[in-house]
Design a protein around this ligand. Structure first.
Ligand code: URA
Length: 290
């Protein structure tokens, strides 16, 4: 085994620790996914969502990323089916972009969304736009809910306590954080760390869709109930029941799992094993050795 593989295997051993409740370790050659370059305690995902759902349901216009949509208003809560710009059954458009073209496209998109947010989004406590980061050509993409305080401060997704756990999970899979792509439904921190509302999500989702269309990952892992509900357009999705079951988002395999912040709050061996088994399914799907 080459030194670099030995070091990587040793790191995986350390990172696949009791945090994951793992009983097997990924020791093989990690998948080549391209070149390497807290939220604090919150109520349970489903409880948080239940609060949002009380908003009235009325059709909302579908914004396109290039057109600046109107500032969200609470009165314009959309129907679940209108939450996403595109049907989840519609396959992603063909995309034969090179990695550097994808990187350029994501940069352009980030500049666009930042400009739009700064002009349109209510200044309700957020500091930085958190667009997403990682390998523009990643096979694996993680989607969370929205930035917390640390992410808002640094303008980067998953860098707080939940992010540290996510990093460990990624490491346990035999990957570097820089080999995956990490994004959120919300691109700015929701006030008081609340869940993005449906009327906000209808404005955020087209940007996330553009990110997914550009990256074209082979697998999406949704972290927590919110990202699974909004991406799958299933507002009734119960994460405790649906995690670990493969779904499809526009032709892409999607694995819903618990949010790392939830895992930190409910840090039981069973929950750690559940998440680890979800991630092992992802590794299987991507042909990664375990
Ligand atoms: N929780 C999320 O859902 N996203 C982040 O970026 C950080 C915490």
């Amino acid at each position: 085994m080459r030194d670099v593989d030995l070091i990587r295997a040793a790191r995986q051993l350390v990172e696949t620790d009791s945090l994951l409740g793992a009983d097997t370790m990924p020791l093989g050659t990690p998948l080549d996914l391209g070149s390497a370059p807290d939220r604090a305690a919150v109520p349970s995902e489903d409880m948080k969502f239940a609060r949002n759902r009380s908003a009235p349901a009325a059709a909302a216009p579908r914004p396109r990323p290039t057109a600046a949509p109107a500032r969200p208003t609470v009165a314009a809560s959309p129907q679940p089916a209108a939450l996403s710009q595109t049907s989840i059954h519609e396959p992603l458009p063909a995309n034969d972009m090179s990695k550097s073209d994808k990187a350029k496209e994501l940069k352009k998109l980030e500049a666009e969304v930042t400009k739009w947010i700064e002009a349109n989004w209510p200044r309700d406590g957020w500091t930085n736009v958190v667009f997403g980061e990682g390998d523009p050509d990643a096979d694996l993409m993680f989607v969370g809910e929205g930035p917390g305080a640390d992410e808002d401060r640094l303008g980067r997704p998953f860098v707080g306590r939940a992010g540290q756990l996510l990093d460990k999970q990624i490491g346990a899979m035999g990957l570097e954080r820089e080999q995956v792509y990490i994004a959120n439904i919300a691109k700015t921190r929701p006030p008081g760390n609340r869940v993005p509302t449906p009327e906000e999500a209808v404005l955020w989702l087209p940007w996330l869709e553009k990110q997914i269309e550009t990256i074209r990952p082979k697998v999406i892992v949704t972290l927590g109930a919110t990202s699974a509900k909004y991406l799958l357009q299933n507002m009734k999705l119960a994460i405790t029941r649906e995690r670990g079951n493969w779904k499809t988002y526009r032709g892409v395999a999607l694995m819903p799992t618990f949010h790392p912040a939830y895992l930190l709050r409910q840090y039981t061996k069973e929950n750690r094993q559940r998440v680890w088994s979800d991630l092992q399914q992802v590794m299987d799907k991507l042909g990664m050795s375990k």
